[in-house]
Design a protein around this ligand. Sequence first.
Ligand code: G
Ligand code: G
Ligand code: MN
Length: 628
Amino acid sequence: MYNFNFTIPSVLILCILLGYFLSQPRLPVRQNRLFFGIMMLEILVVLFDILSSQADMNYERLSLPLVSVLNMAFFVLFLARIYWFFLYLMDVVGLPSGRDKRTYGLFSLVFLVSEGITLSSFWTGAVYSIDAAGYHRGPLYSVLYVCFFFYLLLGIVLTLLYRRRLDRHQLSGSLWCSTILILGNVVRMLLPQYLVMNTFCLMAILVIYLSFENPARYVSSTGGFTLPSMHKYMAERIPSGNYRILGFTLPNYVDSQAIYGVKQMEQGVTLICDYIQRRYPRLVFFYLRQGCFALVGPASMDHEKLRTEITERFRQPWQANGADLYLNVNFAHLSDASGMDSADRVVDSLLLALFELSDSERLDDAPIDVDHAESLERELAVKRALDRAVETGGVEIFLQPIILAQTGALVGAEALARLRDEQGKLIRPDEFIPMAEKNGQINRLGDQVAEGVCRFLRDRSTAVPGLRWVNMNLSPVQCMDRGLCRRLTALLEQYGVLPHCIHLEITEASMIDFSLLLEQMSELWKAGFSFSLDDYGSGYSNMSRLRCFPFSNIKLDMDVVWAHCADPDQVLPTFVEVFKDKGYSIVAEGIETEEMANTMRDMGCDYLQGFYYSRPLSIDAFVEKYGA
Ligand code: G
Ligand code: G
Ligand code: MN
């Protein structure tokens, strides 16, 4: 009376999937253990489904307790399977975590009570009973359905509630999985003799495999687990407080790519991944990106020894496609002693440390110790402040006066951007500008500075007698932004500010792309802006190149000014004379004493700027000090 046509092929397909799953690298996390559990339960459910239905059909020839036990095994496993599906789908959205743990414990009651009622059937016949007439459903048979639909519907509700933690693909995977299981149970209720539920479970398992367990999602193409996997893994590892991470990086990875070729380097990385995984099979190994790797083990892991061994291996070349790659390696390490309490923090600081090491020319080993962890903390605090400022417009403008050398009167000011950290302390641009450039936030940040300058010019500048213009700094990345001129002119229009009130400070570093900078500056120049060359003397400008650009003003770098004042000679005065001869006006920066002011004025500098006159001030303090 039972029909197994669907069951046997389903279980064969499942065996293939299980074999494949076991042959692939698996991240040791709860999610994978639960998935393995689901597959094992599925196989057992099918097995006992077949055995118990065969037994039910042939009960006259078998002992009744055996028939009863086989049925019991099936019901107990049936409930466990649905509960495991629930646990799996919840783990995917990151439940249970922290505060939810208690509620989550309550949810498991339904499972435990259902299993209890089922087990009691031996004596009470609640769910089923076996007697001389064979198998009978009991009065509480519907416990199975209640439990089933409880977990599926709860799973759907919680998934939708936490849907932000999933990408679109994962969300639809999760919902499809639940839908298929519900359909399966409906069909089972309509056609109980067909045993199709198992086929639907197999479909749900396939959906899970494709959406979440697919190795392409967490194993990188070169071998080693990916960066998102490291977040997931560390999130489970950190609460145990027993871990140590050894990170390493190939310094100058991008340059090596240019030397050896992208393909060759990728092969090199593959060889490295292979080597490390074979040599340290008990540690969890990640290839994060751009030549950055991480090995995670228990706190007792001997990172010094690992470092020596890996360094030793890197003294040999890596043979990729017949070419010998000679690569260097730098290390950083981190343990639970750093006291960082979230996976994001740990992974971010490791990556930041590794990136720092990749930029450096240093070839010796450089572990992250507590000091280093502190500077990384600072970097993260700056990053948070930057993110916040970019989102909510939190950039503050400070102003430092620029003084007419002949009279000592204020004529202009340089706008200097500032952020605040969580304690309200100021963060200086040397910390956040390079970060904003790397993160692609610099243009939005620059627009905020420009808006702040425009607002100051419109609302407050009339209260400051003599103020003719404000200098605004542009970083090299800003100079390359083709939308810069359009956005600046739109701001000027919006605030009713004239372009000659804003002088743009550009450093030599922006001249890397000569023709693009020329194009950009011409456009801005036509729109009415004028230009200062910032930090002159700190780089390698030459006069003929400089003359190609429409600069009208040169700002002498502080170091050049200080060097001259400490030990005067004819070099700087000669330069100043040549510049003046070519029609440039000149600002001397870093003026800290009256003597320096006199020296630079006598040399022919038109304007002076420095702590002798004033430090950079908040707009209120500036207006207070220089207002009428
Ligand atoms: O005062 P101070 O520490 O602020 O300035 C440090 C450096 O940061 C200076 O070289 C200055 O050119 C740069 N800087 C200050 N404000 C800005 C800004 O708004 N944009 C850009 N791109 N650089 C700035
Ligand atoms: O690179 P740029 O010229 O934009 O840098 C301006 C920087 O110089 C700001 O960080 C400002 O705080 C700093 N600064 C301005 N005047 C002085 C000074 O007299 N002495 C010192 N030490 N720093 C100064
Ligand atoms: Mn400047």
